[in-house]
Each structure stands twice: as structure tokens, then as C-alpha cells.
Design a protein around this ligand. Sequence first.
Ligand SMILES: [Ca+2]
Ligand SMILES: [Ca+2]
Ligand SMILES: [Ca+2]
Length: 681
Amino acid sequence: MQWLCVNGAERVETLMSELLLLACVLLSWIITCQSGPWRPCTDLLPLDLLSRVLPVSSRAQDGIRMVQSRGARGFQFSGSPQLFSFPASQLFINCNFFPAEFSIVFTLKMPQMAPEKSEYIFTLLEGDSDEPLLGLRLSQNKFQFLQKGHSSRKRITFKAVGLDDNRWHTVVLAVTGRYTILTVDCGTPLELVLEKPFPDDLDTTDSTFFIASKRRWNGLFSGLLRQLVLLPGSDATSQICPSSEPRLSALSVPQALLHLPIKPSSTDLPLHPYEAEVRVTAGVSPPCSHSEEGQLWFNTLKKGLFLCDGIMWLTMLQVKEKLDYVEDHQDLFTNSETFDIEVFHIPSVGLFMATANRDSDLGSGIYKWTDGRFERYQNISTYDAQAWQYFTVGKKKFLVVANCRSKDAGDQEQSVIYKWSSRKLKFIRYQTLNTHSARDWEAFNIQEETFLAVANHRQGERNHNIDSVIYKWNPDTQFFEVNQTIPTTGAYDWEFFSIGPYYFLVVANTFNGRSTVIDSTIYIWLEGMFQPYQSITTFGAIDWEMFQIENRVFLAVANSQMLTEEGKILYSINSTIYELSMTSQTFIRFQDIETNSALDWEYFTVGDDKFLVVANSYDGSSYSLNSVIYRWQGYEGFIPVHRLSTNGCRDWEFFNTTDGSYLIYSSARAALSKVLKLRTV
Ligand SMILES: [Ca+2]
Ligand SMILES: [Ca+2]
Ligand SMILES: [Ca+2]
């Protein structure tokens, strides 16, 4: 009893303490359920690291600048790295561990790097330490994922990824267990298997994220950064790939970068606050010391942007020329109206231009570029000349003219090949070929052989459904001989191009005798001859222009008029740019551009920018129209940037000389061609 008594009291106490313990366990279980160790330290949402270092609203901030390049915007960092940092605790709100599984998505554009240089996309630095807990580093043709292990630090290197090629790239780095997987532009993933899995106890206490740097000026990221996102817990690849635009595929891009303003054609562009507020010095070699640190200098002589690091000016931008405006350079009075201009260069002789002039009594002129202008060099008898083509066979240089009439009425029409005589320094008649209302010559090489294709437009006054002819150079006879005939319909232009090992020839069919709404055909070279590959409906097609932008292949058609069988006629119609789809292996519509009886497209580049200019000739009532220069804007396609008043515009040519880039256009209405100079900034 005593035991009971004594122990009774003890038992009560024990019971109470057991109850208390149970309550504690229960309580802690409840707590555990709410914030147990399995709860992630961060939200499992994409964490946009880039947005965290941007100035609030659109307030300008020194050291960061929004730059638009190749159709997309990114940020360029030039200010003190401290400005672009934030404590890790902003992200790791529940606890301090970096996720053991995660992916990092970034989009950048980086010019080619010097061999010994490396730059940081971001780093996570603990306290004052210089050793990143985590970081992404870029050097020439190499990408490194830096990670601090328990005792040592690790660099996981992906070689030959070629991110520093001055193009946009979107990269996903996914870390899961022992796997580190790199996916560039939604391409084939590169996988590295490590000895140990990524730690699940990487402590971020007291650490700081530095965007675009490793806390120091040295290694500051000099390219453009458009996206930088940490996705804890999973691989982001499936969220952004496949993509119609894998280079710019987005998980989370800061708002400010999403809108692309259409650049007006005037020179006084509205400046974005970032651009307006950045401290830029012009002039000749300004001082660079501690007080100028972070200052930018635009060197107008070297056309470079430099950053003062406190000691010296560092090159910030590999400055490319930009088209600013187009100015009249030369009025060139020609023999008569000019249907085609051919600009060509004869090595160690100079730059020439041949004009295909209408008037048979006056012939066609050849001009030479002398003291910054075209000057008359030689005159050649032609008969309603429609086009010239310059080409070479080995060391021989030739010019061929498309004559659309015979010398005397009723005679056989003949087009003529002229050969450059390096003794007489003139073009001499070499070979004549029978043609039918010839409109164009196209010269091209397939393997070691040289070909010439003529666009025969019409036989007699009525028959448009005739053969065009492909000639081949015979090295034994040293003349061109018929190699293949292709049925065409009012053919106006041939355009040759090659893609990889394949050769193509596309014809512009204009008119079948009743309608201009007919098929133009792309041919492919197979088994020693051209065979139909694809037909595209065109509207009085006059010109095809092929061009490539990066790996993409485009074909633009100049549609001159829509004449239906019912006799309806329209001049303000679409001319269309087609793109070769690698999936369907056919050209598909990329962009329609409204044109006024378009007669020619010309593609050209200035610096990094790509342009198309169209010859608008007639809108149904007037020949005095604007021809338009369009600039490539990536996924927006081509947008108009300059309008140039022209009269019956027939042909555009782009050419470069030692003192700059020029455009020349001819008129089918007047004996006046105009040379324009492309002024760049
Ligand atoms: Ca031309
Ligand atoms: Ca052509
Ligand atoms: Ca053209």
C-alpha cells in the first residue's frame, strides 16, 4: 500500500509526464507536418534571378542597359557588380539549403571570347569568399558549371558548345542526382555523369547571388543576358522544348525585354530610359581613373564602346555598323531606260557595272567605278537588252546579255557572250546563242562544271509556253552547248542556289498567254539534270531572290501583277517570302509583303543587320512610288525601315567599295539610274 501510496503519487507524475511527452510528440508531429525537413526551402516555381536585379519599374539605373540585337532584347551589364546582387535568403525562404535537384535556364548572346578570358553568368558566393558555392562560367567555346563540394570545388566542363558566336542561345542546365545535363537551343542534350550526386545539404546561409559577375569587375559578363531562371526540383527542358524558336525559348523573361518596338525610319529615335540615362562620354581618349569607374566612352573614331574599369578602357562592344540613312550619291544618265544592272568586280582591274538598256540604236553601257563614281567605260551593241550576267570559267571572265529583239526585224534573236580581254581591257564578242525574247541569264557551277541558263519569255508575239535552255561549258570546244531544255511559261528570271550538297534552280513564270496566276517551279539537280521539285503559285512573277539567315533558307518572289482569265488586273498585291521547312522539305509561306507591281528584290547586309529592298514600279495609276527597304527582325520577319522615292523602279543592286556600301537602282521609265550611299553609324 505504502508502495502503492508512494508509487501512486509517482505514477500520477509519471502518467502526467507521459501525457506531456505524448502531447509534445503530437505537437511536434503537427509542427513537423507543417514545416518538416522534406519541405523545400524555396517555392517550386521558376525563380527569375534576372528580374531581381533590375531597377524597379522603368526607373533608369547606371550600369545596366537594354540592348536590342538580332530581333530580341537583352541586358548588358557595365556597372559595379554589387548593383546586381541579392542575398540568397530572398530565394531560400523556408530553410537555407540549395535544392539537390534543379535546373537553370538562361538566354544569352555573346560575341566571340578571347582565348584566355572567362566571364560569369552568375555566381553564388558565401560571405566574403571568392570560391563560388555555385556558378556558371563561360569561356571561349566552353561552358562550366562551378560547384563547391564538401572538401573541394568542382568544375563541370562542357566543351565545344560554342555559345560565344554572337547569336542568341537558350540553355538549360539540369542537375539531378549524378547527372548534369546541358541542352542548348532545345537540341540534343549533353549528359555528364559525375562520381557523386549533387549535395542535398549545400548551405546558402550568408551567401549572395551575383548576376553577370563573380562580385568583381574581372569576369563581368559582357554579352547580353535575356533570361536567367532557377527552377528548383525539376528539369525545365520539357517546359520550354520543343519550341518554334529554340534560341529564344522562354521560361521566364523580364517584362521589359518582351516588347520589341518597331524602329521608326527617322533618325531621332525615342530612347528607352535605360539608354537615355547611361553615362556615355564621347570625344578623343577621355581620362579613365578611379573617379570614372563604370563610365562608358563611345569612341567615334574606332566606333567602339569602352568601359572604364578604374584603370583603363575595356572594350565593351565589337561594334558593327548600323544602317542610319540612305543618301543620294550619283545620278547616272544611261543610254536609255535600264532594265537590269549587273555590278561585278574584275580582280586587279576594278569595279564595273553593266546596264541593260532598252534602245537598240544606242546599245548598252558598261561603267567603271572611278574616284567614287561610275564612269562610262565601254558601249556594246544590244537589242532591247533585258539583263546582263557576269561569270567566270577558270580564269576567263565573261559577260552575257539577254537581247529581247533581233538586230533586224524578222531575223533570229540572238543573245551574246562577251569575253574580257586583259590585253585590250575591253569586252569582246565571244559566242552567240539563239534565244526567244530572252529576259535573264543565270550562270552557275555544279561541281567543276559551268552552266548558263536563259529565260526564254516568248516565241513570236503570242506563244509564252516555250522551252528555256540550260547550256553547259564544253572545255574541249571552249564554247557553251545545250545541255537541257525546260518548258517554261513566259519565263522572266532564273535563280540558282545550293543548300548543302543539293543544287536548285527556280524559274519565275510570268504569263501563260491568258493569266499571270500560274505556277513557278523550283527544280533540283538529280542524276545530271534538273527535275521539278516544287511548284508555287505566283502572280506575274518577275524575280526570285534567295537568301540565307543563319541556317534558314528563304526565297522571295516579286509578283508584278495579278491578271486573271476574266481580265481583272491588280498591281497592289502581295509578294511573298517563302522559307524552306526542314521538316516538310518544301518551301512554305513565311511572310507576305504588299508591293506595287514589284519587279525586283535585293537582299543585303550591313553589319549584323539584314535587309531586303523591293522595286515597286506601278500601282495602277502612277510610276512614282516609294520603294521600300525592310529590315530583318527575327520572328517578326521583315519590317519596313526606309522608303525611297523611285520612278518606274526596275532593278536594285547592292555593292561595297573600299569607302562604303551602296545601292543602285534603275528605272524602266527614264534614262536615269541612281546610286545611293548607305550611311552607317
Ligand atoms: Ca540586277
Ligand atoms: Ca536571275
Ligand atoms: Ca533580285
